[in-house]
Design a protein around this ligand. Structure first.
Ligand code: IMP
Ligand code: MG
Length: 178
């Protein structure tokens, strides 16, 4: 099994790029079907979702805008349970269909905060697309419209996801070796 070491921890290959691509193709097909005739604005959550956004957007068929937002909730391998806005949305979203692009939904707090921040903006509708979902950790009470893969409650890196900023550039996803 292929392994990588980042800082003080070792991770083993768990989701190869081919599986990631398959999950993204499935999400893109659903979005293309659900958004016919609209011009959605995709909002990518930085930093983690940049690779997923890049691959997903290439498969989107309708005219679309892309914007970026940055929140922070992780320190090391544990969610710190608080989300602070770092870079806000400055695009006018009134009457727009917004599709949020997230790398992974864990506790769900980040998306919860984003949904609250979007509330006063009078959107037409908002949809959530996440590549990965940890159902065992999820505490949110909203619907996640598009899920690439549900995964166990383990800490992972790669394909945009980091361990203290390392690992984002890995093409495949790796799981922390206990
Ligand atoms: P949530 O607010 O708990 O849902 O966490 C969401 C954010 O935490 C994601 O956008 C990721 O950036 C980060 N995150 C959650 N799980 C992991 C993981 O296993 N590895 C790396 N980052 C993660
Ligand atoms: Mg993220």
């Amino acid at each position: 099994m292929k392994k990588v070491t980042l800082h003080d921890k070792t991770f083993a290959l768990s989701i190869p790029y081919s599986d990631i691509q398959q999950a993204i193709e499935k999400i893109a097909a659903q979005i293309n079907k659900d958004t016919v005739g609209e011009t959605p604005i995709f909002v990518c959550l930085l930093n983690g979702a940049f690779m997923f956004a890049a691959d997903l957007l290439k498969l989107i068929e309708m005219p679309a805008e892309v914007s970026f937002i940055k929140y922070s909730s992780y320190a090391g391998t544990q969610s710190v349970g608080e989300v602070s806005e770092l870079i806000g949305l400055n695009t006018d979203l009134k009457g727009r269909t917004v599709i949020v692009i997230e790398d992974i939904i864990d506790t769900g707090l980040t998306i919860n905060k984003l949904l609250k921040d979007l509330q006063p903006k009078e959107l037409k509708r908002v949809k959530i697309a996440t590549l990965l979902f940890k159902p065992e950790a999820f505490k949110g009470d909203y619907v996640i419209d598009y899920v690439g893969m549900s995964i166990p409650n383990d800490f992972i890196v790669g394909y945009g996801l980091d361990y203290n900023e390392l690992g984002r550039n890995l093409k495949d996803i790796y799981t922390l070796v206990q």
